[in-house]
Write a protein that binds this ligand. Structure first.
Ligand code: ADP
Ligand code: MG
Length: 247
């Protein structure tokens, strides 16, 4: 099992105090190697909180998170280069060129400078950014900047990818194109991925499996939709998701 959450809760503030807020309520979740899981839910339902616990950026209040059998929070350093993250905001360093931003993830892996450059250039090319390697982020469009973030995530060769609404700030046409490329790259490279989204369409396009969350984060639906005949059932699945989200 690549990623496992067992009885995971997260309370912000002092548990039991008046200001305490339960953001995640006893989640059990297992993501298998090679699976592309879309985590879908409305804004504020606790998606990013779950994401942060899997990424080792926050500790659960209760329960246990394991990634490849280890604790991502307690064992944070062991995950360098093994887990790659793409956020909504591209988080590129403005004083570094596109290729230097992609190289960033490789520097902590202690690769030689020429190796880093070669890997970074080839990922930029795969993402259609040939000719823009030496551009600074401010000279790139939002879609191109997000491509650089994706190139950076793939360049580390991490086998687990975590994405928190990476395309939600882009226009729909750009987002659609990037989604298609992203799914192809994840599959070609055999990655395990958790993809967070508040869009039903995006979840349907990206996920092999869709989990719908309700606030505070609990699992309301768990649909292994690519394992069923997806085309045939897409409208039925969409309807079920809409009903759950509206309730
Ligand atoms: N650091 C924090 N301190 C207090 N409350 C928080 C914190 N982070 C998130 N929350 C609250 O937890 C809930 C879930 O937030 P979040 O996980 O960011 O939701 P989502 O990503 O689904 O929009 C929200 O009500 C939010 O206000
Ligand atoms: Mg969020």
């Amino acid at each position: 099992m690549a990623i496992q959450l067992a009885g995971v809760s997260k309370v912000f503030g002092k548990p039991g105090s008046a200001g305490a807020y339960l953001a995640v309520d006893k989640i059990d979740l297992q993501v298998e190697q090679g699976q592309m899981l879309a985590l879908l839910g409305k804004t504020g339902c606790g998606k990013s909180t779950i994401f942060n616990m899997v990424a080792g950026l926050t500790e659960p209040t209760e329960g246990r998170v394991t990634v490849d059998g280890r604790n991502p929070f307690g064992d944070f350093d062991a995950f360098r280069g093994r887990m790659a993250i793409v956020f909504q905001n591209d988080r590129l360093l403005p004083w570094r060129t596109a290729v230097q931003n992609v190289e960033l993830g490789l520097e902590i892996l202690e690769k030689s400078a020429s190796e880093r450059r070669g890997i970074a250039m080839s990922w930029l090319e795969k993402l259609g950014l040939r000719g823009h390697e030496n551009d600074y982020p401010h000279a790139l469009s939002g879609g191109m900047r997000q491509r650089v973030s994706i190139a950076r995530a793939f360049a580390t060769n991490a086998n687990i990818l975590l994405c928190d609404e990476p395309f939600s700030a882009l226009d729909e046409m750009t987002a659609r194109r990037l989604r298609g490329e992203f799914v192809r790259l994840v599959k070609e490279n055999g990655k395990t991925a958790i993809f967070i989204t508040h869009s039903i369409n995006e979840a349907l396009e990206i996920g092999d499996r869709i989990i719908v969350l309700k606030r505070p984060a609990t699992i309301a639906l768990d649909i292994p939709h690519k394992e069923t005949d997806f085309r045939e059932h897409e409208e039925a699945i969409r309807k079920r998701i809409q009903d759950v989200l509206a309730a």
